[in-house]
Design a protein around this ligand. Structure first.
Ligand code: NAD
Length: 366
């Protein structure tokens, strides 16, 4: 019987409501497949600021480093958002834990459920069958390259500079992750760059092409980022796994998330170096925020959190069958027409968070 140490960080707003369901999902999977999930909970974000004066404590960071995975709810509260002078902010907790755990790859699966295809702003015939994963580089590129500063020109004019920089190892590990994931899926990798203009992108393309020699069974395509942004909404079904630089990924993942039309359905994972066993310590979080407008009402959609939990099982615990069982339970509930208010059509009966969660958990392994 395998034991996994999980740190649950519920955070603020609807964070605790959906994280509670993620924990129940782990317990249900544990019972059904005979694993033990040793789960510890700590406050983060506004909840930690209120209690300890910081968005995440050193003890919580140490607990994360001693865990197999971290399940993150959401952070952020209006009282902090509305105070431009606040010295500590809930989001600092997320930035710190990403850094301390060395999470360099951000995975965002985008899968359109046929039953929900009408929730998208795009036509059903364009998005039906869409199922891909974008992997965004998270710790390098334009957001972290140095120098990054304001300057004054010789003639006294204001100027500013940011730097896009990668070394070949940072690119190669992204490529390996992309190829490995593509191999476990439909066998196609799209690498997105701006090699027609940027020398960093030329190196990126060169290294990805070199790494591709180790994966002859995976089809590699290079796309320029502007073309990729077009193809994402014109022929999104053609993508399987996409790898890209930090800022390109930031923009493309937001664009991609709109294909599905529902924030409450989208999970994400941030991963660190992979072990020999093919797993890596990760932080798993829905892409939605703390949704203060619906917090405390018991109506938050728990499906993004369930899909995060499935990713945790797959990427940090190496439990593929269990991950698929949870994903299948979510798909089955949606296909049978079960809806929380955010995805219900006008007039359709909507379930509470707990009712939807019970429906999904009752379908595991069915
Ligand atoms: P949001 O994602 O919290 O909410 C946007 C809209 O989507 C709201 O109407 C909300 O009710 C709805 N929504 C979001 N998740 C839902 C769910 N699971 N079920 C049903 N409806 C859902 O974005 P926002 O309102 O811009 O931000 C609110 C707070 O969250 C801010 O403080 C922001 O900084 C923070 N935030 C945190 C994270 C994070 O923790 N990673 C991410 C994004 C935003």
């Amino acid at each position: 019987m395998a034991t996994f140490k999980i740190l649950a960080l519920p955070g603020d707003g609807i964070g605790p409501e959906v994280t509670a369901e993620g924990i129940r999902a782990l317990q249900a999977i544990g019972e059904r497949f005979e694993h033990v999930f040793d789960i510890r909970e700590e406050p983060v974000g506004g909840a930690a600021i209120d209690r300890y004066g910081v968005a995440i404590t050193d003890e919580t960071i140490a607990a994360a480093q001693a865990s197999d995975a971290v399940l993150w709810g959401a952070v952020g509260l209006p009282k902090f958002d509305n105070d431009p002078n606040a010295k500590v902010r809930p989001e600092q907790g997320l930035l710190r834990i990403r850094k301390e755990l060395g999470l360099w790859a951000n995975l965002r699966p985008v899968k359109v459920d046929p039953a929900l295809a009408d929730a998208s702003t795009l036509k059903r015939e364009v998005i039906e069958g869409v199922d891909f994963v974008v992997i965004r580089e998270l710790t390098g590129g334009l957001y972290f390259g140095q120098p990054a500063e304001r300057r004054t020109t010789a003639s006294g004019r204001r100027a500013a500079v940011n730097t896009m920089a990668y070394d070949e190892d940072e690119i190669a590990r992204m490529a390996h992750l992309g190829f490995r994931l593509a191999r476990a899926r439909r066998g196609k990798l799209t690498s997105v760059d701006k090699a027609n203009v940027l020398v960093v992108s030329q190196l990126w393309r060169e290294v990805v092409t070199e790494v591709s020699k180790e994966y002859p069974d995976v089809q590699l395509e290079h796309l320029i980022v502007d073309a990729a942004s077009m193809h994402l909404i014109r022929r999104p079904r053609d993508f399987d796994v996409v790898i890209t630089e930090n800022m390109f990924g930031d923009i493309l993942t937001d664009e991609a998330s709109m294909l599905t039309g529902s924030l409450g359905m989208l999970p994400s994972a941030s991963l660190s170096d992979m072990t020999e066993a093919g797993t890596s310590r990760g932080l798993f979080e829905p892409i939605h925020g703390s949704a203060p407008d619906i917090a405390g009402k018991g109506v938050a959609n728990p499906l993004a959190m369930f899909l995060c939990t499935a990713m945790l099982l797959r990427h940090s615990c190496g439990l593929e069958e269990e991950a698929r069982a949870l994903e299948a339970a979510v798909a089955s509930a949606v296909n049978e027409g079960l809806r929380t208010p955010d995805i219900a059509k006008p007039g359709e009966r909507a379930l509470s968070t707990r009712e939807m969660a019970d429906a999904v958990l009752g379908r595991i392994g069915k």
